[in-house]
Design a binder for this molecule. Sequence first.
Ligand code: FRU
Length: 495
Amino acid sequence: PTYREPYRPVYHFTPPVNWTNDPNGLVFANGLYHLFYQYNPDGMEWGHMSWGHAVSKDLVHWQNWPVAIPEGPEGMIFSGSAVLDSFNTSGLGSASHPPLVAVYTSHHIPDRLHPEQYTQSQHIAYSLDGGHTWRKYAHNPVLDLHMRDFRDPKVFWYAPDSQWVMVVSFPEQHQVQFFRSADLIHWQHTGSFGPAGDTSNVWECPDLFPLQVKDASGKPTDQTKWVLMISVQYDVQYFIGTFNGKTFVADEPVDRIRKVDEGTDFYAATTYNDIPGSDGRRICIAWMDNWAYAARIPTFPWRGFMTAPRVFTLRENEQGKPVLYQYPVDEIGQLAVDSVQIRNRLVDEAHELQISPANKQQSNYPFTVGKLSLELSQIKGMVKWAIAQHGDSAIWVNYDAATGALQVDRSRSGITHFDSHFPAIIRMQLRPDQQIRLDVFLDKCSVELFVNGGQKAATLLFFPHPDQTGISLQAVHGSYRVDELKLIRYPQTAY
Ligand code: FRU
């Protein structure tokens, strides 16, 4: 890999070569953010699933480490999580060398002629050298229900009971199961949740974590709630409720569906274990892709992306109910090289705002890495915003202030023909409002859009042609004020 390939992102993790899907084993240990990922060491399609490995000091620059856990005779290494076993509860390390322990699903195919007759069980592997080298536990599996579909364990330390908790999926039953353990080896069933919310497809990659509730203005309250997050192809849903160390109970009726991200390319989201500090940020990374077309996206010599790491918070909405907010980590801001700012402009049908921010010295893709922010007010009619535009080709964002409908259209965004599901239009319902704030993080071929500081999010891949570098703002049947348009440019290459 040259890292100069078209579409190679700057601040989104991609493996140097080959296929990736889910992020796995997100854990912070000894000053490093570890990112493991579903990886095919042998090709650009799904297969031979193993855990690839990268580390970062700042969640922006990643260093590639060797494959941590390769597939073996026991099966492929499917998704899971990792923890630092600080007290050596597992006995796999020592008090002075606490082990890093990965808990994952082994996908076993007893008869190669019948790959559909697989079984899934939970295994562990550990590292005694800070994650450089890994050993599979000699007495795997640690949890085997002799089931076909039983996968994606998320393990974390539940301090009130001094126990490890595992949340793991029964994908076909639309259920997650809770187990607990004192040593990461012996597991006892404690509860279950589901079916609930979105049951239109398999449930995968559950996660469960507490968050302090903030009020509508962002001030912390004395309330803590638990968030249960579940991937349901092709989205990620979440529930807010309580967890007593054994089972989760949702606050709201369970027929209500809340999506974490409303874009097309956000799946298998999972959060970091062991982030230090009293304000310990809850940082999430998802697979920025979609099973519907992941095998056909036009990148080379790798296939698959991670989202920008995002901080999750809970904030009370107008009804006083906590909802999930998210925003990329501040660390990305360190990439800023320069910025362009426009203030106090009126846009109406006769006056559109066009920026051709191409800094031609920089590269052929002058404008596709950075953060674009809009603050609009007095909106009458519809706002039409083109990002990465050349003529009619662009990501088109429309906002109708009267109805609160926000659309993101990538059907004319560049190369779209490789799969019929790709040319999509995303529709989001906001509260009708004459003002709006939109932040878009761009990185060569991805758009991560955040509404009103993270109240809603939409993540989309797109594959622009090299001339798609413009930005424009138009008004349809009305007018509005651009209080501020700000573009912060990031560098064009990461390495
Ligand atoms: C989700 C998923 C997981 C599984 C992994 C296999 O994208 O299907 O349920 O562990 O991918 O690669």
